[in-house]
Design a protein around this ligand. Structure first.
Ligand SMILES: [Zn+2]
Length: 246
């Protein structure tokens, strides 16, 4: 695939300023993970939007957990793709880099990113409905579903469900970094949903150059400084090269 890199993008990649990356479902889709968007985005004939809610969990925790158990297994079988690897290289190769993701699958972490701001939480963290601390859990066999905490209360996946607010601390850190960023790379998300949608705008108002990497045109395309029509897996390794990171 061929695509042009604008002079401004090249200059900002070369000069080593702070980079904010914002990633979404499209980046995971390139690793074969379902996005659950559009026609066919169903799980066992059900609309995931009706499963990923606190109400659904309260009514039928076993079914909601079967959905998340399946997603954990799909995520575990998937491998990070060249886009994930490129974002890890940017984090390791730049003094100032922040990855903000809407993805919950853990592929960025597996690729090597150490400090990921997870706007929507993680499939690999569990939260007790009692008073215990949220914790990591990488077990592929959770035992009988729904799993229970040692204290006896139900456990839920520590992901943000429809109707729930984002973690204000995570969002605050993302917004702070957006204000400092010199370059913003938005990949695999239309960044349509607020508050994530505000991040490129905050950054742009503060002087950042916003590049969108997406095979499709999205609502962000008009507001970004440049839209690169390509898959993240094809484009990101090239950006890493231009940034001079081996
Ligand atoms: Zn507990």
């Amino acid at each position: 695939m061929s695509f042009a890199i604008s002079n401004e993008l090249r200059a900002r990649l070369e000069r080593g300023g702070p980079i904010l990356a914002l990633t979404g479902a499209g980046v995971s889709a390139e690793s074969g993970l379902a996005t659950f968007r559009g026609p066919g985005g169903m799980w066992e004939g059900r609309d995931p939007m009706e499963l990923a809610t606190p109400q659904a969990f309260a009514a039928d925790p076993e079914t909601v957990w079967r959905f998340y158990d399946w997603r954990r297994k799909q995520a575990a079988e998937a491998a990070p793709n060249p886009a994930h690897v490129a974002f890890a290289a940017l984090e390791q190769g730049r003094d100032s880099f922040r990855l903000v993701t809407q993805n919950v699958d853990g592929l960025h972490e597996r690729a090597g990113n150490r400090d990921v701001l997870r706007l929507h939480g993680s499939l690999w963290r569990l939260r007790c409905l009692g008073d215990c601390e949220e914790h990591d859990n990488l077990e592929l066999d959770l035992g009988p579903l729904p799993p229970r905490c040692a204290c006896g209360a139900l456990l839920r996946p520590a992901v943000v469900w429809f109707g729930e607010p984002l973690d204000p601390a995570v969002l605050h850190r993302a917004e702070q970094f957006a204000e400092e960023a010199d370059l913003v790379i938005v990949a695999g998300t239309s960044a349509l949903v607020y508050p994530a949608a505000a991040l490129p705008e905050i950054a742009r108002l503060a002087g950042a150059y916003v590049v969108e990497v997406n095979p499709e045109t999205t609502p962000l395309s008009e507001r970004a400084d440049v839209h690169i029509a390509g898959s993240a897996g094809a484009v990101l390794p090239r950006l890493v090269e231009v940034a001079g990171i081996a």
